[in-house]
Design a protein around this ligand. Sequence first.
Ligand code: MLT
Ligand code: MN
Ligand code: ZN
Length: 304
Amino acid sequence: MLLQVLGTAAGGGLPQWNCACPGCTGARAHPERRRRHASLAVRVADGRWYVVNATPDIGEQIEATPELHPGPGARQTPLAGVVLTDAELDHTLGIARLREAHEGVDVLATPPVLDAVREGLRLDAVLGPYTPVRWRELSGGVGSPLDGRSSGAAGVSVSAVPLAAKKPRYAANHEDSSDSWSIALRLHEPATGRTLLYAPALAVWSDAFDEAARDADCVFVDGTFWDDEEPLRSGFSTRTATGMGHLPVNGPGGTARRLARLPGRCLYTHLNNTNPLGNPHAEQHKLLAEWGIEVAAERMVIEL
Ligand code: MLT
Ligand code: MN
Ligand code: ZN
């Protein structure tokens, strides 16, 4: 399975346009620290790719990735569609940037997430006059072929591991309270037997997530906050990391200790601009190295 990391930052990116925190100021002074919104491209067949989450940076992310460049036809694109892990704005606003798609675009998500982007963000009505969006339901279980149009064996199959009922603020009053609002995405390539688990927002380490993580060859996990108090300390929130739906990396309830025990390769993504891991010289990197855990880098390529 071939993967291209398109971005590794939480909402706002690094630097965030209106933020003068040490992380954002550091990224302005040292451009190599800049991170785009968290996203990943996965190849499902030769010259055919899907992106996991469509961020506000999707246009620049495509430009920075030669495999996603258009051609040979004038408006021919290797980008077939988008798979969503949730309905948050940092993962969905990029769908609107795909309005120029000549042959339309697939958008796969769980039922409440589809409803939020179609009706809450009104993307169904707004994009309809520009390009056909094929909204497809993502389910759990064994998984379905990611490329719905391919005949024969699926290049990559996709399934959802439901995680939490965390709704985006714009959908706070939505009647659905199932744990399909925020999922881990399981991508499996039958030809190689390889499995990727992608969870940029991990609110709880459930038994189902634990099982999926043990089974995966590679796991991308929520690295939004280094510790639970970070959002409070930085002064931008009155909630803890856990209270915001993101298990922290470090500390008693942190994810690092659990990741260290997994058999597969583990990488943190979705780093908030307050996270000390955004600074390559931060001492926290030493701890992660001891645990054998990586921080996903911008434009990283992973051949699973
Ligand atoms: C999150 O990761 O928790 C969301 O992106 C939050 C937000 O955008 O407000
Ligand atoms: Mn986010
Ligand atoms: Zn900042």
